[in-house]
Design a protein around this ligand. Structure first.
Ligand code: KG4
Ligand code: ZN
Length: 363
């Protein structure tokens, strides 16, 4: 543990953290001061490389991270107009994610920590998604949590690889209370988009197609897993869409090519509604269970406007209404701002990593 650097600067000087993110198919670096002031944020997406496979291919992702990371970090420092001497710590997402992708960011962060003699901070990627929902609410000057942010909060994190509910007492006190037992919400969006022959990534394509569709057209199943479960399951819903398009016995040809644009829009809208109904119901259960005053929404699927609107309506239906904090769109999908922002709280708490940290696929 290298705790030598804690508060080595003047008390009221900014703490600048370089964040690195390579957990899936975005290579990202950012410089954030005091957990809140974004000095730079560079993200390169590999979507084009994975498009023809309809999903992320780990080996391709890893190679692209190796190519992209050095220029991305260089650009993040340059556009923040900051010298390495003024960076206080290096933060990296080391779990969960694709191990062969995470290892690229982790190796780079360890190397910079050693070469620049800066402390290293390990960040859980899902906790960072949660942080992105709070980023505009956190106190700048004192570094404490804004008193206007009423806690405890329930956080719904919906990404390509995970669907989780957390009880959140502060940026560092997170209690996992629900997770997906099979396909994550984003994964279901991506797979259903493939079934419907819509472009990758599936989430934005389904949202777009759904705009002209009727969400009540097809009654797809909502898997609630019992009356008080906070777990999620979306693979049955994905299979229901597949059966709808190919027939129960899967022997028939996909009807997609002969479907009208309207029919595809109706499937997209009905599928999207089924996912959102489950997310809303489970979040409501989590609110009841934790007596949360605030709801946080983050992760790639949080970019979905219909989900944002439905969650907002649900929060407003309470008396008094629950406060809803949604990640800014730029920080819904993977980015390094959320990594550097959360790292600030670990920095203040002296929670540093050493050079033995490893990437972990689960976390
Ligand atoms: O958080 P993220 O960038 O990566 C992971 O940590 O997995 O999330 C990516 C996921 C993809 O599955 C993508 O289809 C989904 O977020 N997504 C959306 C939307 N934008 C991205 N899903 C629904 N609606 C959107 N507008
Ligand atoms: Zn993510």
């Amino acid at each position: 543990m290298r705790v030598l650097f804690i508060f080595s600067g003047m008390q009221n000087e900014s703490i600048n953290i370089l964040g690195i993110e390579t957990s899936c198919d975005e290579t990202a670096a950012a410089v954030v001061a005091d957990g809140k002031t974004v000095k730079s944020s560079i993200v390169t997406s590999q979507a084009k490389l994975h498009e023809k496979y309809g999903g992320v291919v780990p080996e391709i992702a890893s190679r692209a991270h190796i190519e992209n990371l050095y220029p991305v970090i260089t650009e993040a420092l340059k556009s923040a107009d900051i010298a390495k001497e003024d960076i206080d710590a290096i933060a990296v997402a080391n779990q969960p994610g694709l191990a062969v992708a995470l290892v690229v960011g982790v190796t780079a962060a360890k190397t910079l920590s050693m070469a620049w003699d800066k402390p290293l901070i390990a960040i859980n990627h899902l906790h960072a998604h949660l942080q992105s929902a709070m980023i505009n609410e956190l106190e700048n000057q004192s570094g404490g949590v804004n008193p206007a942010l009423q806690l405890p909060a329930v956080a719904l994190i919906v990404s390509g690889g995970h669907t989780c509910l957390y009880e959140c007492e502060s940026p560092l006190e997170l209690n996992l209370i629900g997770r997906c037992i099979d396909d994550a919400a984003g994964e279901a969006f991506d797979k259903v988009a493939t079934i419907l022959k819509l472009p990758y990534p599936g989430g934005p394509s389904i949202e777009n197609a759904a705009k002209t569709g009727n969400p009540e057209a097809i009654e797809f199943p909502r898997s609630m897993l019992g009356d008080d479960s906070l777990e999620f399951s979306f693979s049955g819903l994905k299979t229901a869409v597949l059966y709808y398009c190919r027939g129960q016995d899967m022997k028939g040809q996909s009807r997609i090519d002969s479907m009208s644009k309207q029919e595809i829009a109706d499937i997209a809208a009905s599928f999207q509604k089924a996912v959102i109904d489950v997310l809303i119901e489970k979040t409501q259960r989590a609110i009841e269970k934790t007596k949360a005053k605030t709801v946080l929404l983050g992760g790639g699927v949080a970019a979905n406007n219909t989900l944002r609107d439905a969650l907002s309506k649900m929060c407003e239906s309470y008396r008094p209404a629950k406060k809803l904090l949604v990640a800014p769109k730029a920080y819904c999908t993977d980015n390094a701002v959320m990594v550097a922002s959360l790292a600030y709280y670990k920095y203040k708490a002296g929670l540093f990593a050493d050079l033995t940290i490893e990437p972990k696929a689960n976390g």
